[in-house]
Design a protein around this ligand. Structure first.
Ligand code: P6P
Length: 343
């Protein structure tokens, strides 16, 4: 029998039952002041939604769920049937949990009040990477959890800097369905056991290497970038073995897939501003903030090129921001090109 993969924790063959997502959360909450179980219930609700979305994504082709609904969302983008389904599932499960005061979604024009007495607020991109749905390339769900303000709460309450996040995570619907989560105590990966229908801890304490071998950016936007970003793009493709150049290019076109690879292997992901998207394409509240929280928890960096993502306050639920994240050394080199210190 092949030796168990040492990167799994602990090797599945050496255990009867692994650590479930709920056990991991409860272990992290043990002794936490005033832990009432609401946070665990909310994360369990999100886990349930991810498992439901997983099952539909897997069967989308047979369930006639590929393609478009014919509607366009608040961003003028055509809504894919699976986008709408994923949004409905998350909104329903999170609202029913009774643990959420305000929810914000890429697929909702405005943030939505739920239980005004609840302690938490949730922002999510229900199905990131829609353009890849019909071609069977990895897509994902991204979410983040804030504490609701004491006293009166409104839909604007969710417009907070990422520094205030309590938790963030994403699911990758790939060759396996994995859920990567941080509650502020490191980053941990859970893998869905299809037979048990449960997420089990597969890789705890993920760390982003201080530098990596790949850069991830849509090179098709080269003509629209500033000169500084064009110079950085040419630098990472230049040949200099002492600097480990050229870097390899990897770009899936799903933020979740590109960010997950960058977190695990190191390197840099960049979706900068350009002449087509003056503020970048990715949304601050439910894409950049959760990814920045996770990459920083794993020892990496996340910036808009000048400011750290977690320091930026969203002006509205769908505000966009340039997003550059990954290994500290690689992100700092990018920033040096952007500020003219290099190049
Ligand atoms: P482009 C997917 O549509 C998405 O929102 C992110 O998941 C991804 O990183 C980005 O857009 C890809 O955009 O312009 O390269 O296709």
């Amino acid at each position: 029998m092949a030796e168990p993969n040492p990167s799994f924790y602990p090797p599945p063959s050496h255990t009867v039952v692994g650590t479930t997502l709920e056990e991991h959360i409860l272990e992290g909450m043990r002794g936490a002041p005033a832990s009432t179980g609401d946070f665990t219930s909310l994360l369990n609700a999100i886990s349930l939604a991810v498992r439901i979305i997983h099952s539909r994504v897997r069967a989308a082709g047979l369930a006639g769920l590929f393609g478009y609904t014919g509607d366009t969302n608040v961003h003028g983008e055509q809504v894919q049937k699976l986008d709408e389904f994923a949004n409905e599932v998350l909104c329903t499960v999170i609202e029913r949990s009774g643990r959420c005061a305000v929810l914000a979604s890429e697929e909702l024009a405005e943030a939505r009040m739920c239980n005004p007495d609840a302690k938490y607020m949730v922002a999510f991109d229900p199905l990131d990477g829609s353009s890849n749905i019909d071609v069977n390339v990895s897509i994902g769900t991204i979410f983040s959890i804030f504490r609701a303000p004491d006293g009166s709460v409104s839909t604007a309450s969710v417009l907070r800097p990422g520094r205030e996040l309590l938790a963030a995570g994403y699911a990758v619907y790939g060759s396996a369905t994995t859920l990567v989560l941080s509650t502020g105590q490191g980053v941990h990966e859970f893998t869905l056991d299809l037979n048990a229908g449960e997420f089990f801890l597969s890789r705890p304490n993920l760390r982003c290497p201080s530098r990596g071998k790949t850069y991830s950016i849509n090179e098709g936007n080269f003509p629209y970038w500033t000169k500084e970003i064009q110079r950085w793009s040419q630098f990472v493709k230049s040949e200099d073995k002492t600097l480990g150049l050229p870097m390899g290019h990897r770009y899936v076109g799903s933020l979740v897939a590109d960010a997950h690879r960058t977190l695990l292997k190191g390197g840099i992901f960049a979706y900068p501003a350009d002449r087509k998207n003056a503020d970048g394409k990715l949304r601050l509240l439910y894409e950049a903030q959760p990814m920045a929280f996770l990459i920083e928890q794993a020892g990496g960096l996340a910036t808009d090129g000048v400011r750290e993502i977690l320091d930026i306050v969203p002006t509205d639920a769908h505000a966009k921001v340039p997003l550059i994240l990954g290994s500290r050394d690689d992100v700092n080199v990018y920033k040096e090109f952007l500020t003219g210190k290099r190049g």
